[in-house]
Design a protein around this ligand. Structure first.
Ligand code: DCP
Ligand code: MG
Length: 479
């Protein structure tokens, strides 16, 4: 294990909910719950205000509504979260080439790799500066843990929550871990926790004291010795740089199972287009098209087709995805669909994908079935709570709710004061869904210039765009 606390773990605070609060001034400081709003929906996350009522991730939405009836309930906007995530990961990559993302809002960084920090003092300074930069760039807060190992860095960021930084000094790890519940250790879930409790072990210190042999007897060789080492704060796992992306994919989960075959086809086409947008944004192309289908009973299938050459042509990906779908039985309903492209290449060869396109004639669209497209989409899909809209007269706002032929819109934007609510008919032609607005205006994403702060406003347009770390706007999910 290294001697200095130069492994950083970052975890954004109440990520989806904070993004929604930043987007919607009227929700700041309020209970906000983000998740599936359908009958089987679960909570993705809750703002810290909502957590006080006992609402937490993975809780059934119905239970959340009983606990916090006055909270705002919103459906996730993954495109927005992904954009923010890319901004944050960009900041991390400025610190070190060794960045290991664990999810959209969480990553390890090895601060020693490029000299961003070498001891406790420099690690703390770097961590605090990172938190400030994240706030400036995205408007959101993240918590930082610093330690000499990945396990402890992650425990530290958890301790730091919300909006804090905790540094664990090397040498103090075991004393710190000893009173913590066994569940603190990575790899200890409810089952292992129960198993240990029945053996009289409830704290990390008790795992360390029990000895390796006892742990192996209880949990088997691999798990037992790994856990015993963790309990003694022995964790030598290196930060592994994000592997080169092997595939690009997008998927959607539906609140209401899709039964209509024509609708399933349309969704697959839409996903194929979004997938190609992301592929192109990454400057890549790929040879293998993958379709993922999760059916009503949670059975999940993936089907793939490999083309002659790499492509980033939307029609080629669309056609391949449509062909793959034809081989999948969707009677009974579909709850998730995904389209991906793998076997990526760094460049596209126009002739290759043109050739690939020619080789697979498009599936003839069964015209007779087109009338089904008229089937009304569920209201929640057309006006999903929390999504941005634009009204020709009132401007930008977001959907507060809909039902009984009405949609309620709050007219406010990330930079405005809390706005007013107005109600429209759901078929109001003046109202359209729109893309998320940036949480922080471009001009305000720069760190304040150190020497002459007064000049900031004047300089903003001439400043080198390189001053904005990371991609300012990632690939958008198309409408
Ligand atoms: N998420 C989800 N379902 C879960 C857990 C999380 O969809 N069961 C999503 C929503 C979260 C995001 O992932 O905002 C990040 O997960 P975290 O566990 O980091 O939780 P938060 O960032 O929301 O809160 P915290 O401040 O505790 O990190
Ligand atoms: Mg988080």
């Amino acid at each position: 294990m290294r001697r200095e606390p130069t492994i950083l773990h970052l975890d954004m605070d109440a990520f989806y909910a904070s993004a929604e609060q930043a987007a919607k001034p009227s929700l700041r400081g309020k209970a906000v719950v983000v998740g599936g709003l359908g009958p089987r929906g679960v909570v993705a996350t809750a703002s810290y205000e909502a957590r006080r009522f006992g609402v937490h991730s993975a809780m059934p939405m119905g239970q959340a509504r009983r606990l916090a009836p006055h909270a705002a309930y919103l459906v996730p906007r993954f495109g927005l979260y992904r954009d923010i995530s890319e901004q944050v990961m960009g900041l991390l990559r400025e610190l070190s080439p060794l960045v290991e993302p664990l999810s959209l809002d969480e990553a390890f960084v090895d601060l020693e790799a490029a000299g961003a920090a070498w001891d406790a003092a420099s690690a703390r300074t770097t961590g605090e500066r990172l938190r400030t930069d994240i706030k400036t760039l995205t408007g959101l807060t993240g918590s930082v843990g610093l330690a000499a190992s990945k396990m402890l860095a992650k425990i530290a960021s958890e301790e730091a929550k919300p909006d804090g930084l905790v540094l664990i000094r090397p040498g103090t790890e075991r004393a710190l871990l000893a009173p913590m519940p066994v569940r603190t250790l990575p790899g200890v879930g409810p089952a292992t926790g129960d198993h240990l409790r029945r053996a009289g072990i409830t704290t990390v210190g008790e795992i360390a004291e029990a000895g390796e042999d006892e742990l192996i007897r209880l949990l088997g060789k691999a798990h037992g010795s790994a856990l015993h080492a963790m309990a003694r704060a022995q964790d030598d796992r290196p930060v592994v740089a994000e592997r080169d992306t092997k595939s690009v994919s997008v998927e959607d989960t539906y609140d209401v199972d899709i039964h209509d075959r024509v609708r399933v086809r349309t969704e697959v086409q839409r996903l194929a287009d979004r997938c190609v947008q992301r592929l192109r944004a990454a400057g890549r192309s790929g040879r293998t098209v993958v379709l993922k289908v999760r059916r009503y009973d949670f059975s999940t299938l993936t089907r793939s087709e490999t083309l002659r050459g790499p492509t980033d042509d939307p029609s080629v990906v669309r056609e391949a995805a449509a062909r793959l779908l034809e081989a999948v039985d969707t009677t009974g309903g579909v709850r998730l669909l995904g389209v991906g492209v793998s076997s990526l290449a760094d460049f596209t060869q126009e002739d290759l994908f043109a050739q690939a396109a020619g080789e697979h004639p498009a599936e003839p669209e069964p015209e007779a079935e087109e009338e089904h497209e008229e089937a009304p989409a569920p209201a929640e899909r057309r006006w999903p709570a929390g999504h941005d809209v634009h009204h020709t007269a009132y401007g930008p706002g977001w959907i507060q709710g809909s039902g009984l032929g009405r949609v309620t819109v709050r007219f406010e934007t990330p930079g405005s004061l809390p706005g007013r609510v107005r109600t429209f008919r759901t078929d109001d032609a003046d109202l359209t869904l729109s893309d998320p607005l940036p949480l922080v205006p471009e001009a305000m994403r720069r760190p304040p210039p150190q020497p002459v702060a007064e000049d900031a406003a004047e300089q903003e347009d001439e400043k080198d765009p390189g001053a904005i770390p990371g991609p300012a706007a990632g690939p958008r999910d198309g409408a």
